[in-house]
Design a protein around this ligand. Structure first.
Ligand SMILES: [Zn+2]
Length: 772
């Protein structure tokens, strides 16, 4: 083989090797530095950002470079950018010539593409060898990427002074706006920064920065990229001073989103203005509440129609160490208090076991050691179910749950989408309806929104499409929803303005908009809840202490509802739900019991009720009663001429219910007494007081060390299985069954002791408590 040929082969091999090296020289990923997590609202507005793990504000790459910045950066850094192959030989020769003349190292003449390669390889020292690698990579990159993609790589990774990397972060840090909204002047300022980020860090050397910006603006005008007018206006704009803080009204939202999308650009359905206003409202209310050591709160606003989250405020602003505000209380399970009651009401209507206005007993109640109390410890005897819901009475709710069945309701709650009710039905027992289970505000808002959305989407089921609702991992949709008729009845009950025990507060809330709402307060005043729904918005609020500490002011009505109404006040008013008329039917209802009328009921009204209620039992409160011709006494044929007997329909509650009911319902007429010698079951009083006797005094020792002596009351009943409900001065104090002894601790004075048994028989004893 000739020498020439050998040289040729060797050269070919070398070129081939270089070619292969060149082909594979460019790494797949030019940049693998840690990124900031950023959260954007529905319009692309930045609402929160977390610094990257290496302490840099380095936002994730975008897909486009704004036109103004692209024009500025190419004009300033690389005039031939759109035509060169990654390097600019002419410029390099010029630079080399200048460098040789000045005796320095090779510098300048770098195209934008080459600068990207240097950024990617930084912090490698500058040398001719490094320059050659940059050149190779740059030419190779031009093969792989389009010009737009290259410009985007540059904009995303260029240093902009301090710990600000990339155009997006810079636009926010220096101008508090997204990059696409930058003016010509602002774009020009940012275009000159990467060239010497240390030297002209904004705020440090304004004269130099101004000179460079104006120079670039002048070039833009000369290249006819901007008009004379744009130019003179741009010159008038101020330079940025110190870097601005990034928005931070979405701390918890950012943290929640970052759990699955760390280091990413997260676009959410949040409305940033609403997010800010909601944050302010919560903080303002918390300022007041903190005087009473109620430190934390959260609120969530969702679009009832689409399920989109419009505002997510996980807690109030921090005010001291360990103040609990670091906890995201939207995602933290807490005791539900009364906030689940509407779902029981709805489920029972759907199942056809309750009508909305059906009377539910509200009397002293005890189920194997569990004795629920109403908030004000009163008893109404019997109340329409919808009023019981609107007044949030506990006893009717427990009795309803017992009728409906704990496992049934447990299943309903799981199907609606409560993810934290994971224990068995038996674990919760009847307290399931009074806060025995923990729920998150997230699940709660989703569940109530679904109720509203069922009505919005009616009749085009399925109603539980949950577009955009998932913030990240919570993609599960409810498998089930309450039927539209039941939803409407529930929402209507929740919107009842007449709330007897809340009248004073109600007026404070004002507003004419019809809102279905419910509050909840957990045992021990630890959690205050309020949820409201309209056809357009679902708003949920929790207030309490993240530590779990209870405070007397933590009630749904006092702490959470005001925040919720503040939010509804800033939201546009919306219409009320349309009644799903096809799900309702006209039925004859007993006006007294709220049940379907029987043929005995006298006061009958024709009402629209959910179709599911058409099979509920007919009224069993109204009975035929025989009275004398003057309607003064009850009679029967044994003692009264049949021809003169009047037979009347009588609304008759069971005795214990009647005893309480008549105190609040003046129109309740007790049965007349039996006419003399007519009573078929005359028996005399079945109860007897053993200690103390009527009108006798009880002596207790003088108080020693503040401890009052206990008095033990004793009574007897003729029926061995009788139950006695004890009251002092009309206040219920407890119940005994079989063996009737009741301990009391009272100051000296006169008392009226009332016993009512389970058939409504009463015995009143007046006693006097004195000291020895
Ligand atoms: Zn009736």
């Amino acid at each position: 083989m000739s020498v020439r040929r050998r040289i040729s082969i060797a050269l070919a091999a070398i070129f081939l090797a270089i070619g292969i090296w060149w082909l594979f020289c460019l790494p797949a990923n030019l940049f693998d530095k840690p990124l900031s997590t950023i959260v954007l609202d529905r319009t692309g507005q930045l609402i929160g950002a977390r610094i990257a793990d290496d302490g840099q504000w380095r936002f994730p790459e975008t897909d486009t470079v704004p036109v103004k910045f692209a024009a500025c950066i190419t004009t300033y850094e690389d005039g031939g950018f759109y035509s060169h192959p990654g390097i600019s030989p002419g410029a390099m020769l010029r630079a080399a010539w200048q460098n040789v003349n000045r005796g320095g190292v090779v510098s300048g003449a770098s195209t934008i593409t080459m600068q990207i390669m240097r950024m990617s390889r930084s912090p490698k020292p500058r040398s001719i060898w490094q320059k050659l690698i940059e050149i190779s990579w740059a030419t190779r990159a031009e093969w792989r990427y389009s010009k737009d993609e290259i410009l985007n790589l540059y904009a995303s990774n260029a240093p902009f002074g301090g710990n600000v990397v990339g155009l997006d972060a810079a636009a926010w840090r220096y101008f508090n706006k997204p990059a696409y909204a930058l003016s010509w002047s602002e774009s020009a300022v940012l275009a000159v920064l990467p060239n010497a980020p240390g030297m002209i860090y904004p705020g440090r050397n304004p004269a130099e920065l101004l000179r460079k910006r104006n120079g670039l603006l002048k070039d833009l005008r000369e290249n006819e990229i901007i008009s004379d007018e744009d130019y003179s206006l741009a010159l008038l704009e101020d330079l940025p001073s110190t870097p601005l803080p990034l928005p931070e009204n979405a701390r918890h939202l950012l943290a929640t989103a970052a759990k699955t999308k760390d280091g990413q650009r997260i676009e959410l359905t949040i409305k940033s203005r609403l997010q800010n206003d909601a944050t302010d409202i919560l903080n303002r209310r918390l300022d007041d509440l903190r005087r009473n050591h109620i430190n934390n709160g959260a609120l969530l606003i969702s679009d009832t129609e689409t399920g989109e989250i419009l505002a997510y405020v996980g807690n109030g602003k921090p005010f001291e160490d360990n103040d609990g505000t670091a906890n995201d209380m939207i995602m933290t399970p807490r005791s539900s208090g009364s906030i689940l009651k509407p779902f029981l009401f709805g489920a029972m209507i759907e199942s056809g076991v309750l009508t909305p206005r059906q009377l539910v007993p509200d009397i002293p109640t005890q189920y194997s050691g569990f004795s629920p109390k109403n908030y004000d410890e009163s008893y109404s005897g019997a109340v329409p179910a919808e009023e019981a819901l609107a007044r949030s009475l506990n006893i009717p709710a427990v009795r309803m749950l017992r009728d409906y069945g704990i496992p049934n309701f447990h299943k309903t709650l799981n199907e609606i989408g409560f993810t934290t009710i994971t224990k068995s039905p038996g674990h919760y027992g009847l307290s399931l309806i009074l806060g025995g289970a923990e729920v998150t505000l997230w699940d709660l808002v989703n569940a109530y929104r679904m109720m509203g959305n069922t009505l919005n989407r009616y009749p085009s089921h399925p109603p539980f499409i949950s577009i955009g609702y998932s913030l990240n991992q919570r993609d599960t949709l409810p498998k089930y929803s309450i039927d539209a008729g039941a939803c409407y009845s529930t929402a209507d009950a929740m919107a009842m303005v007449t709330r007897p025990d809340e009248r004073a507060s109600w007026e404070v809330f004002g507003g004419s908009e019809k809102i279905a709402w419910k509050t909840g307060t957990s045992y021990g005043f630890r959690d205050a809840w309020a949820v409201g729904i309209t056809a357009k918005y679902t708003v949920g609020v929790w207030v309490g202490n993240a530590s779990g500490e209870g405070r007397p002011g933590i009630t749904g009505l006092n702490a959470a509802a005001p925040v919720m109404f503040d939010i509804f006040n800033i939201l546009p008013d919306t219409r009320w739900f349309m009644q799903p008329t096809a799900e309702f039917a006209l039925a004859n209802m007993c006006a007294r019991s709220g049940m379907r009328a029987s043929n005995i009921c006298a006061d009958i009204r024709s009402e629209q009720i959910p179709k599911t209620c058409l099979e509920t039992p007919a009224c069993n409160y109204c009975e035929w009663v025989h009275v004398d011709e003057n309607e003064e006494y009850r009679v029967n044929t044994d003692c009264y001429p049949q021809s003169k007997i009047h037979t009347k329909s009588w609304f008759l509650l069971p005795p214990l219910e009647a005893w309480y009911y008549q105190r609040y319902n003046a129109d309740y007429t007790r049965l007349p007494d039996w006419k003399a010698d007519c009573n078929p079951q005359k028996s005399g009083n079945v109860m007897r007081m053993i200690y103390p006797r009527e009108e006798s005094s009880v002596f207790i020792p003088r108080e020693l060390g503040g401890e009052k002596e206990k008095i033990v009351l004793k009574a007897a009943h003729t029926r061995p299985n009788a139950v006695i409900y004890w009251h002092i001065n009309d206040e219920y104090i407890g119940v005994t069954s079989g063996f009737h002894q009741m301990e009391i601790q009272v100051p000296t004075g006169s008392y009226r002791l009332l016993m009512v048994d389970n058939t409504g028989e009463t015995l009143i004893t007046n006693i006097k408590v004195e000291t020895k």
